[in-house]
Design a protein around this ligand. Structure first.
Ligand SMILES: Cc1cc2nc3c(=O)[nH]c(=O)nc-3n(C[C@H](O)[C@H](O)[C@H](O)COP(=O)(O)OP(=O)(O)OC[C@H]3O[C@@H](n4cnc5c(N)ncnc54)[C@H](O)[C@@H]3O)c2cc1C
Length: 403
């Protein structure tokens, strides 16, 4: 039996941020991180640049053995947690049992299983881990494919398109939504994106999905439900994430993530509890600005909630409150996603765009207050938007005019 005061499942940004926060608050605590992957903390944000060859592995790796030793954090790589006995405070991983006083679940997300993937292990790609990124990078360098089909409609689909554009690969996008980011945008945003796709010569097929993939000589033949046939060299699947908490065995209250309060303390279905926290992508908390229970999937949120969990686990009573934001390049156009951005979660939304087709913003409101915004080509307005969300004031729509 391996005994720890603080046991952390997941060595991503949330788990690492929590472990280092705990160490700063408690010099003598026994701390361990259990991590399914073989690697120390690395930057997921930099994975696309790593695939493109714009940054090397040294830059992607954010921690080395030296950091864990210096902080006296025991790091267990390739250690997959399969079960937790919350009553006995035991965590089971492979053949080992770890016992804890306090437990943090920071196990992030895993890619959704895609039934078409199994048949073509060399030609269907994912982009969630360093292992995935290395596999794609090596393939692109070795085989130099001419055509790629990206399947999906979210941020990973964008990262794939950015990568293929960089390599000059002719790219098609297949999305089952009516248009890309249908949940976030309106018709004006839709035509704004159409121009971006057009400029990058990316052909998009919407309201359709894969029915079958077969192989003919070196080509993949993708047949869609709508009857289209697409010939390609590779398929890149960006079809979304599921949160990792199967090992919690139905004991915790969960939705898309593990329900937590403002101190990152996990909710139990029964009376057990008080000593389990969750953070990062795996946690679902009530966003104080929108009043909605939400999972977020961004790096800063992972860092901040990990830090908040670490503080809470060591006795601080500072509630977590932050406007989550994310920025990414969409085929060369900077995009900022701030706060709660969803046509369904907001009560109302409005948009504005400049006449030149260079800037577009969509703003999401609840009770007349701003709860989120999506900015295309207008990322400089991010601090202003965050301030406006934090202020909780009824907004004057005219202050977000791009014309
Ligand atoms: C390619 C890519 C690009 C991105 N770009 C951006 C960006 O530009 N900006 C941005 O803000 N965000 C970006 N993100 C999202 C951001 O990286 C994530 O939101 C963030 O990493 C989440 O951190 P986390 O620690 O909560 O989870 P994760 O990073 O998923 O870490 C969780 C860890 O838990 C481990 N784990 C899971 N299950 C178990 C188990 N049973 N036992 C043991 N260990 C387990 C996993 O192996 C994993 O290492 C990107 C993500 C990807 C994949």
């Amino acid at each position: 039996m391996l005994d720890y005061d603080y046991l952390i499942i997941g060595g991503g940004i949330a788990g690492t941020s929590a472990a280092e926060t705990i160490r700063r608050a408690d010099a003598s605590a026994r701390i361990a991180i259990l991590e399914a992957e073989p690697d120390f903390l690395y930057s997921k944000v930099l994975l696309p640049d790593f695939v493109k060859g714009e940054v090397d592995l040294n830059k992607v790796m954010l921690r080395s053995i030296v950091n864990y030793e210096k902080n006296r954090i025991d790091f267990y790589p390739e250690t997959v947690v399969s079960k937790i006995d919350f009553g006995r405070r035991d965590v089971f991983a492979d053949e080992r049992v770890f016992s804890y006083e306090k437990l943090l679940i920071a196990s992030g997300g895993k890619v959704k299983v895609w039934k078409f993937e199994a048949g073509f292990p060399d030609k269907v790609f994912r982009l969630q881990t360093l292992v995935d990124a290395t596999r794609l990078k090596e393939f692109l360098e070795r085989r130099k494919p001419a055509r790629a089909l990206v399947v999906g409609g979210g941020f990973i689909a964008i990262e794939f398109m950015n990568i293929f554009k960089h390599f000059g690969i002719q790219t098609k996008l297949l999305s089952r939504d009516r248009f890309f980011w249908a949940n976030f945008l309106d018709e004006r945003g839709h035509s704004f994106l159409d121009n971006i796709f057009g400029d990058s010569k990316i052909e998009i097929v919407t309201s359709d999905e894969v029915r079958e993939i077969s192989e003919r000589e070196d080509d993949l033949e993708v047949l869609t439900q709508g009857g289209a046939g697409i010939a390609t060299d590779i398929v890149a699947a960006g079809i979304g994430l599921l949160r990792n908490f199967d090992f919690a065995g139905g004991v915790l209250n969960t939705g898309r993530g593990i329900f937590v309060d403002e101190f990152m303390l996990a909710e139990f279905k029964s009376g057990l509890g008080g000593n389990v926290w969750a953070a990062g992508d795996a946690a679902e908390y009530v966003d104080p600005y929108s009043g909605r229970r939400k999972v977020f999937g961004n790096w800063t949120h992972g860092f901040l909630t990990g830090h908040a969990a670490g503080l809470s686990m060591t006795g601080s009573k500072k509630p977590f409150r932050s406007v989550a934001s994310y920025s990414v390049s969409f085929l060369g156009v900077p995009v900022a996603v701030i706060g709660t951005v969803d046509n369904q979660l907001a009560e109302e939304a409005f948009s504005d765009a400049d006449n030149m087709g260079r800037k577009y913003g969509r703003f999401f409101l609840k009770g007349g207050k701003l709860i989120g915004a999506l900015l295309l080509g207008a990322q400089k307005d991010t601090p202003r938007v965050i301030k406006m969300i934090e202020s909780g004031e009824i907004i004057d729509r005219n202050i977000f005019k791009f014309t």
